[in-house]
Design a protein around this ligand. Structure first.
Ligand SMILES: [Zn+2]
Length: 116
């Protein structure tokens, strides 16, 4: 068990997306497409998304999202940190220790510390 937080999971999904497995990637795409189609009443569009793989009806993939999106990204992040911890750089502020917005950031969004 790692001390993964939603914040760290978000960071990994945003900046280390290439470390996701193919099924994880498909589940993520499905989730994003579901959000896009929310409230849109166009069956044709949904069919098109299914055809192109932006949505999936594969139970194995849907199972990844079974406990909700947050749990899904926490699981992904935990797996990535367990299997390839050396590939993840948490850009932590030297002053307050909080996570910067992006890996390349040189200023803390919390305390304003600047490490340019
Ligand atoms: Zn700071």
């Amino acid at each position: 068990m790692t001390d993964i937080t939603i914040e760290k999971a978000d960071y990994i999904i945003a900046y280390y997306r290439d470390l996701l497995t193919l099924p994880e990637m498909k589940a993520l795409r499905h989730h994003v497409s579901t959000l896009k189609l929310e409230g849109v009443d166009k069956p044709g569009l949904t069919r098109m998304y299914l055809k192109t793989g932006w949505l999936t009806d594969d139970p194995l993939i849907l199972n990844y999202l079974g406990e909700g999106y947050i749990q899904f990204i926490l699981n992904c992040a935990e797996r990535i940190l367990c299997e390839t911890p050396e590939k993840i750089f948490f850009n932590l502020c030297l002053n307050c220790g909080k996570l910067a917005r992006i890996p390349q950031a040189k200023q803390c969004r919390f305390c304003g510390e600047d490490w340019h």
